[in-house]
Ligand binder design. Structure first.
Ligand code: ASP
Length: 329
């Protein structure tokens, strides 16, 4: 039987890193070298491994991921690939994966993976993660789930996954719902499914800078006033306290900002939906929504910033942003 055809795209990250002359870790390996180090991959699929970038993931940009999405779309539409695996640093996997979820349409699996330990480290987790990601990307079960993340054998949906620890191989969690499944005995097992989200075009629009700010006790709101006019931001995501709250004196300032640019209300809590109809005090979610803020639903501030950015990139306004967030409530 013909093996499935799989596109493997490497962007860099710890999984590719080896020590430089000073002993510090820096991106070194390419996609081809990573693939060759795991002989089992060849049995699973016919692979096309490409090194698109060699970056530490904090330096990956939205434009980079738009390009990655275009390469995947072309690979699916014109080159006959059955799935794609994206290899990158773990620091920004939760953002890249969510962007790919929002940008790559269709049923074919897109699986993002990386490693918490460098390529030369004792117990390096990169090879196991890449093998598990490949098994998932060629499986029928992964079809129709959008972008998925696999590390430490756990399978996560892009919209829920977070990097929750700075060091350990089990750093990735989906605190709201748990992982969708696991790769065990060499076989992906999906125990829950998510519905696909509408996708955005990859080839349209111009960058829309979105500020992301976290509320804190005694917040000094001067910076908020400067965002739309002086600093030229196109949108703002505020990580409010708890279910989406800010100090009373900050609420009218956010209302003024929301008259000029779309403002999305997320939570600084680790997980859980932003409320919409429970608390009514000044600075509460009811107060902020009545002033024009858009609730982020269960999306983290990081993911809300990306969704708002894609809406505004296409020339969308606050009403279109509100519609885009409606399905994450
Ligand atoms: N700093 C690294 C990066 O995100 C960490 C990793 O790859 O896990 O590229």
């Amino acid at each position: 039987m013909a093996r499935p055809r799989l596109l493997i795209l490497s962007l860099g990250g710890t999984i590719t890193m080896v020590k430089d002359a000073t002993g510090a870790m820096a991106p070194g390996l390419g996609a081809e070298e990573l693939v060759q180090s795991i002989p089992q991959l060849d049995e699973l699929a016919e692979l096309d491994a490409r090194s698109l970038l060699r970056l530490p993931s904090p330096s990956i940009s939205l434009e980079n991921i738009l390009e990655v999405a275009q390469v995947i779309e072309k690979g699916f539409a014109e080159e006959g690939f059955d799935g794609a695996v994206v290899i990158q640093g773990t620091d920004t996997i939760e953002e890249s994966a969510f962007l790919l979820d929002l940008l790559v349409g269709g049923d074919r699996p897109v699986v993002v993976t990386g490693a918490m330990r460098g390529a030369e480290a004792p117990g390096a987790d990169g090879p196991a993660n890449l093998l598990a990601a490949t098994r998932l990307a060629v499986s029928q079960q992964a079809r129709g789930l959008g972008a998925l993340v696999v590390l430490n054998y756990d399978i996560h949906a892009a919209r829920f996954v977070q990097k929750s620890h700075t060091a350990v191989p089990s750093a990735f969690t989906s605190p709201l719902v748990g992982p969708l499944g696991v790769v065990a005995e060499g076989r992906p097992r999906l125990y829950a499914r998510v519905e696909r989200s509408p996708v955005f075009p990859t080839d349209r629009g111009s960058p829309a800078p979105i500020a992301l700010l976290k509320m804190a006790m005694g917040y000094d709101a001067r910076i908020l006033k400067a965002l739309p006019d002086t600093l030229g931001y196109a949108g703002l995501v505020v990580e409010g306290m708890g279910a989406g709250h800010v100090p009373a004196e900050v609420a009218p300032i956010l209302g003024e900002v929301a008259k000029k640019i779309p403002v999305v209300l997320a939570s600084r809590s680790m997980t859980g939906p932003v409320f919409t109809s429970t608390y009514g005090y000044p600075g509460s979610e009811i107060d902020l929504i009545s002033r024009g803020l858009i609730p982020a639903g269960y999306l983290s501030g990081l993911k809300a910033r990306l969704l708002l950015g894609l809406c505004l990139r296409q020339g969308g306004d606050a009403a279109q942003a509100k519609a885009a967030f409606a399905q994450y409530q």
